[in-house]
Write a protein that binds this ligand. Structure first.
Ligand code: PAF
Length: 284
């Protein structure tokens, strides 16, 4: 595996690749990331991963400084997973001058749900992903980039960005990888205390209960807000601080309208347990 830090080194390492397959990450890799690498490998002629903790997508009070950085273990895992090139830019390599040009995602998609609780988050994500895609794919006829479904709204924002800017990159979705008890794998799970880890599954259980109630509701558009409120209160009663638990249309993340039925919906949630903010989702 080639490890490169600058954009010039990356382009040199990929000079013979016609169809790179790319997995961007912020490091602290787990089985979920490795599943994305495995999914990427047959999609291209060179498998590229990036590790970059992107300051632009963290709010000032969030965990940019404490975000887990596990360089040696990450390199070993990527090597074992068959990654060909690891792009690990230092901040000065990716942002040699302040990134004053940003990608502003459609507010109709980016200011809901995560965007409501993490203002500016999707601008930070879209900006760095646009830049990383340009680093990897500039001059290539085609390529693929794989993003996990756990970050459901992020995946939608990136898909739309790539479509609207007509980038020659196929965005491929990777399934959520879960621990044995069903907890969605996340780098932030490492923040959980042992007792919080033991009950962290309550978030996905709450989403399951919400999805079941929504599936059974005779008039979902009228009842949806009430079901969400009930789910929020039930999770709060278990000691969580929920940001949102929501039933939305998969197509646009808007609340269900008359005619929207299970098969086209997704339950999404974000909540804090102790100091740790977890997200999860369930299509139904
Ligand atoms: O999902 C992530 O790990 C990050 O948001 C991403 C896509 C690597 C951009 O920094």
């Amino acid at each position: 595996m080639h490890i490169v830090h600058t954009i010039a080194e990356l382009r040199h390492a990929l000079r013979h690749a016609q169809r790179p397959a790319f997995v961007p990450t912020m490091g602290n890799l787990h089985a979920g990331h490795l599943a994305l690498i495995a999914q990427a490998r047959p999609l291209g002629d060179a498998t590229v991963a990036s590790i970059f903790v992107n300051r632009l997508q963290f709010l000032p009070h969030e965990d940019f400084d404490s975000y887990p950085r596990t360089w040696e273990a990450d390199c070993a895992q990527l090597q074992a997973a068959g990654c060909d090139v690891l792009f690990a830019p230092r901040e000065a390599d990716l942002y040699p001058e302040p990134q004053t040009f940003k990608v502003a995602p459609d507010p109709a998609l980016a200011e809901l749900l995560e965007g409501q609780f993490r203002p500016g988050f999707f601008t930070g994500v879209a900006t760095v992903v646009m830049k990383l895609l340009s680093c990897v794919f500039a001059g290539k006829p085609h390529g693929a980039a794989v993003f996990g479904r756990k970050d459901y709204q992020q995946l939608m924002v990136i898909r739309r960005m790539v479509q609207q800017f007509a980038l020659p990159v196929e965005i491929v979705a990777g399934d959520i990888v879960r621990a044995d008890d069903g907890l969605a794998l996340s780098s932030r799970n490492g923040y959980l205390s042992a007792s919080d880890r033991a009950r962290a599954l309550q978030l996905s259980q709450a989403l399951r209960a919400l999805a079941d109630a929504a599936s059974a509701a005779p008039d979902l558009p009228a009842r949806c807000a009430g079901l969400e409120q009930h789910a929020l209160q039930a999770l709060a009663a278990l000691g969580w601080q929920p940001d949102y638990l929501a039933v939305r249309r998969r197509a646009d993340l808007r609340p269900p309208a008359p005619g929207d039925a299970p098969g086209h919906l997704v339950a999404l949630g974000a909540a804090r347990l102790g100091g740790t903010r977890l997200i999860d989702n369930l299509e139904f």
